[in-house]
Design a protein around this ligand. Structure first.
Ligand SMILES: Cc1cc2nc3c(=O)[nH]c(=O)nc-3n(C[C@H](O)[C@H](O)[C@H](O)COP(=O)(O)O)c2cc1C
Length: 178
């Protein structure tokens, strides 16, 4: 089976979560899965305080983002897992734009978000609407700013999420998914 993980990350938290998911999927599925990861690139500069202000404004107004065309062919994968930070109680604009542009070509989807506190429901609803399909599984992760808690602390949740995802593409438990 072929699994694509795509994510947008402004400050690296969602990128770390995507990387952890990739290693959990590879550990669980072994040779029965090919897992590829690609970053969604927002062409707008989101750095610094001005980038932060623009990010909040664009998320609130649901402005489409300019994203770099994806290298991977979404339709070639059995499952596409989409990762986003929560911005203003919804998905980051680059992720919503990705879902609108590529989501309908995906055979099946799963969603992952990282956030400071809340807003996962709004993010997942926006992604589902833009993809035009329900996710097989969703994982919200709260990452408190300033806390030294590493992504390692999320390994158990991530393992469970990876198991759920594998069941959606291999319901009979093919491969080594437990
Ligand atoms: C513009 C903006 C808006 C945000 N809005 C929310 C929010 O509504 N709820 C929340 O819990 N966190 C919010 N956050 C915090 C991020 O979701 C959180 O820090 C996330 O883990 C960052 O992921 P990243 O490092 O992959 O960019 C916001 C961050 C930014 C930059």
């Amino acid at each position: 089976m072929k699994i694509l993980i795509v994510f947008y990350s402004r400050t690296g938290v969602t990128k770390s979560a995507a990387s952890l998911l990739s290693s959990e999927l590879k550990t669980l599925a072994g040779d029965s899965a090919f897992v590829e990861t690609e970053e969604i690139v927002d062409l707008k500069d989101r750095s610094g305080i001005l980038g932060w202000i623009g990010a909040g404004r664009d998320a609130l107004s649901k402005t489409d983002a300019q994203i770099r065309p994806l290298k991977a062919k979404v339709e070639d994968f059995d499952l596409v897992v989409v990762g986003t930070p929560v911005w203003a109680y919804t998905a980051a604009p680059a992720v919503r734009t990705f879902c609108e542009r590529y989501g309908r070509s995906a055979k099946a989807v799963g969603f992952l978000c990282t956030m400071g506190g809340s807003g996962d429901r709004g993010a997942f609803d926006a992604m589902e609407k833009a993809c035009g399909k329900k996710p097989g599984a969703c994982l919200p992760l709260v990452v408190k700013p300033g806390k030294s808690e590493s992504m390692e602390a999320f390994r158990t949740k991530m393992r469970r999420f990876a198991e759920q995802l594998l069941r959606t593409v291999s319901p009979n438990g093919e491969g080594r998914a437990r």
